[in-house]
Design a protein around this ligand. Structure first.
Ligand SMILES: Nc1nc2c(c(=O)[nH]1)N[C@H]1C(S)=C(S)[C@@H](COP(=O)(O)OP(=O)(O)OC[C@H]3O[C@@H](n4cnc5c(=O)[nH]c(N)nc54)[C@H](O)[C@@H]3O)O[C@H]1N2
Ligand SMILES: Nc1nc2c(c(=O)[nH]1)N[C@H]1C(S)=C(S)[C@@H](COP(=O)(O)OP(=O)(O)OC[C@H]3O[C@@H](n4cnc5c(=O)[nH]c(N)nc54)[C@H](O)[C@@H]3O)O[C@H]1N2
Ligand code: SF4
Ligand SMILES: [Mo]
Length: 757
């Protein structure tokens, strides 16, 4: 039995955990008090992590699908040689547009992403479809307009705020803020700090908040614009701040002055005096912040919602100070910027641009399933399960079956993997060096490089090794005998030796190889590092970039050295800190240095958003479709025992094994439904049999189902409802193409006695 420090991989917080490893199993899982960020905090889920590490779906060998749909084991050489050949043939015949990468990382595994991207570049493709582009790209688009780059990412300083406005976010269950339940309880206990929640459900978070604005689903744009209009009407905007830090406010103010406040508030289904009170207290607070999430991102007006929510903290001057909204550094950036022009290649069938370099899964089935010569023909799926997690399972299945080549790189035999020509086994996140790019704290930010606890299962390999071998087989990345030799000599502290110089000279002679930088460093320095530590070579590279980019903040965190030495200090600190390391300490006023516009100002006048704001006026009160599908289903609630599709064995759930449909008791009664009854839920797209559970926390006319169910564990029938049978990929935001999962019109009907058997 050995004790290890690692992290929980089930949500973006990546809380530090201490585990005991015994006979290949993770036992005794506790919060790691040494973790500088989570400091021992965990929720109820990580004690179930052995279900990830050990389960019947774990992959042990590369698999090739036979014509009859079964799989046969093949060697890595056989698999990679054939895949490489087929990829090259597709590239030769159809060019880069024929290839797409899907995924790259989940909630805690982002080291492998860069290697998948290298394959994408080798295919001369730019198409990277990810789950981020089914939730956050509308927000990233807004950030691009306001701050100059879509990678300017905003966080909320909830811990230090006097007033927290939580919009469409239920951190009690979904976390996403520092030590969520402790932070929420602190606010609840405090007599001076306040929280208001905007959510149609009376969530766990809403119950402990000071105010709950129980908004009607899909009407946040009306509510938020009314709140902004109240700020203007009551002269609560921070004019000094706007003058100093923003441009274009007058144009926004003009539109806000026209907002019919009481009409919009009534439309949102909340009381005007409550909205006024929340708005006024928010504006009056010394330190206030706004935290949003899927409740507005996955609902009608998604991108506009993000814009309006951001205007709340901007108009009240809550940026660049404790308890407000601020930017943060990024050690392993998971987003970048996609401009409007030449460098943003639109997809061929739907003409969809990338945002923050991510393409939306919503359009992928259409990009594959058409007869255009430039359609997508080959897809690599890495650490994503679009068959369950993306909208419209039926469309995905149909499209994926048409691919000339589908390869899935995963730790488990997923629903998506079952359709693949090749399934490649990745070492699990407890079997390799791994890390998350979701380190988004400010002013202090850190990074946690987790060391492997177990050897890779069976023949599984790290993503770094899989893609490097594939690129070598494809003849894209040659061997570098000289670099390899230098790397061996410098392996103790690569920055101090000749390795950096040798690397730069290699790339100077063959500049076209720069796109494979991560792979080259891996194949030379990485393979020279001690047994199994090869992936840390990527971290070495990132350490240098971070040290250059945030030099002052890194020094403030106590790291010393000039030029390469500072980067090496960052790397060594990371390597030495098994529980995670703090790497930078910014000053609050540094927030403005993150703004990318040359004038360092927030450009609040975004013409598309002002038009969308004006267009709200002419929007019909109720969508036509609700006449035939009278319930609004929120398709994807975070509960105590769901975690996307990361844990496949249903035994991991301590409660809610069936993933029940929540329904208001009066609605249930009207339909003759009692707890435990089976009902058929129908959308325009598909139908699903669900188990009903009444809840007074949900308003009438609204239903809620969790996501992350419907898994076919060990080849079984789907367990629980796969909500994406009901969702549709064209029910999406006009700018970001993100799905409106929280607003799925459905009908509900009790199953007849014979059907429920
Ligand atoms: N337990 C658990 N935690 C998780 C995850 C998980 O699978 N399980 N997944 C992680 C991931 S990937 C993400 S992105 C986050 C998401 O975290 P959240 O966004 O907090 O999670 P949700 O429960 O999907 O949605 C939040 C709230 O939106 C509300 N909502 C629905 N419709 C509307 C609306 O029209 N307006 C408003 N204002 N609110 C609305 C819902 O009632 C719900 O309470 O959670 C992370 N944490
Ligand atoms: N209807 C509806 N759909 C939703 C949502 C919703 O609320 N409603 N939520 C959406 C959201 S916000 C998100 S973020 C997505 C999440 O959906 P996905 O991005 O698909 O994430 P997961 O379901 O966690 O699947 C991650 C995959 O990674 C695999 N994996 C785990 N570790 C490793 C590893 O080390 N290497 C490799 N190669 N693979 C690994 C797991 O086995 C799993 O198959 O779901 C979305 N889908
Ligand atoms: S909050 Fe997230 S990362 Fe932390 S223990 Fe819970 S599921 Fe894991
Ligand atoms: Mo997510």
């Amino acid at each position: 039995m050995t004790t290890h420090q690692t992290a929980c991989i089930l949500c973006s917080r990546n809380c530090g955990i201490q585990v005991e490893a015994h006979d290949g199993h993770l036992t005794k899982i506790r919060g790691d008090t040494q973790n500088p960020v989570s400091q021992g905090y965990i929720c109820q889920k990580p004690t179930r992590l052995d279900y990830y590490q050990n389960n019947a779906d774990r992959l042990t060998h590369p698999l090739r699908r036979r014509p009859d749909g079964t799989f046969e084991r093949v060697t890595w050489d056989e698999a990679l040689e054939d895949i490489g050949k087929r990829l090259l043939a597709i590239r030769e015949k159809h060019g880069g547009k024929a290839f797409a990468l899907c995924g790259g990382g989940g909630q805690a595994n982002h080291l492998g992403g860069a290697f998948g991207l290298s394959l994408m570049l080798a295919m001369r493709s730019v198409y990277c479809y990810t789950s981020l582009a089914q939730e956050l790209t509308g927000e990233f688009w807004v950030n691009g307009k306001l701050f100059g780059r879509q990678s300017c990412h905003i966080e909320a300083d909830v811990e230090r705020a006097d007033f927290v406005l939580m919009i469409g976010k239920n951190p009690w269950q979904s976390h996403g803020i520092h030590n969520a339940r402790d932070t929420l309880k602190d606010i609840q206990k405090s007599s001076t700090r306040k929280m208001a929640v905007i959510d149609p459900r009376r969530t766990e978070t809403a119950k402990i908040a000071d105010y709950h604005l129980q908004v009607r689903p899909g009407t946040d744009a009306f509510l938020l614009s009314a709140m902004l209009a109240i700020l203007v009407r009551d002269n609560l905007v921070d004019r000094e701040f706007l003058e100093k830090h923003t441009l274009g406010y007058d144009a926004l103010e003009k539109v806000l002055r026209e907002v019919p406040i009481s009409e919009y508030v009534a439309r949102a289904g909340v009381a005007l005096e409550d909205v006024e009170r929340v708005t006024q207290e928010f504006a009056a607070a010394e330190r206030a912040c706004v935290r949003t999430d899927l409740g507005i991102l996955h609902s009608l007006h998604s991108t506009l919602n993000s814009y309006l929510a951001w205007m709340l903290f901007i108009l009240t001057g809550n940026m660049g100070k404790p308890g407000g909204n601020n930017f943060h550094s990024a050690f392993l950036p998971v987003i970048d910027h996609s401009g409007d022009g030449l460098f943003n290649v639109k997809t061929t069938a739907t003409g969809t641009p990338a945002i923050a370099r991510h393409y939306p899964p919503n359009v992928l089935p259409e990009e594959i399933d058409n007869n255009r010569p430039d359609r997508v023909r080959a897809v690599f799926v890495q650490s994503m399960n679009p068959l369950l997690s993306s909208a419209d399972t039926q469309a995905f299945e149909r499209a994926f079956r048409k691919l000339e080549l589908l390869v899935v790189v995963d730790v488990a035999m997923t629903e998506t993997a079952r359709l693949a020509h090749y399934v490649l086994p990745a070492a699990s996140q407890f079997e390799k060096w791994e890390a998350s790019g979701f380190n988004m704290d400010f002013p202090r930010n850190g990074f946690h490089l987790r060391a492997p606890i177990f050897p890779p299962l069976g023949k599984s390999l790290t993503e770094a090794e899989i893609y490097t071998r594939l690129l070598e087989k494809m003849g894209e990345v040659p061997r570098f005998p000289l670099l390899e030799r230098v790397a061996k000599l410098d392996r103790q502290a690569p920055s101090r030796g000749l390795f950096p110089l040798a690397l730069v000279s290699t790339l100077a002679v063959r500049p076209w190889l720069a796109r494979y930088l991560v792979v080259i460093v891996y194949s030379t320095l990485g393979r020279a590092l001690p047994e199994g530590a090869a992936e840390t070579s990527f971290v070495w590279l990132l350490s240098h970039v971070y040290a250059v980019r945030y030099r002052q903040a890194v020094k403030r965190a106590g790291l010393t050295g000039t030029a390469m030495a500072l980067g090496e200090a960052v790397f060594q600190k990371i390597l030495g800190a098994r529980s995670g390391a703090v790497l930078s300490e910014h000053l609050y006023e540094d927030t403005w240095s993150f703004v990318h516009h040359k004038d360092r100002k927030v450009h609040v006048e975004v013409s598309e958003m002002l038009s969308a704001l004006q267009a709200l006026r002419s929007e019909p009160t109720e969508p036509e479709i609700l006449r035939t599908f009278p319930f609004v289903l929120m398709a994807g609630e975070r509960r105590s025992y769901n975690a996307n599709t990361t844990l496949r064995d249903p035994a991991w759930r301590k409660v809610d094994p069936e993933g029940c449909l929540s329904i208001h008791p009066d609605d249930a009664e009207a339909l003759g439904l009692a707890d435990g009854d089976r009902a058929i839920c129908r959308s325009a797209r598909g139908e699903l049999t669900v188990t009903v559970k009444r809840s007074a926390n949900i308003p009438r006319g609204v239903l809620s189902l969790p996501h992350g169910y419907g898994i076919q564990y060990a080849g079984s029938e789907p367990m629980g409802p796969n909500v994406n049978v009901l969702t549709s990929s064209d029910h999406r935001d006009p700018i970001a193409a993100t799905p409106y999962h929280k607003y799925v019109p459905v009908r509900l009907e009790k199953c007849s006695a014979t059907m429920s058997k």
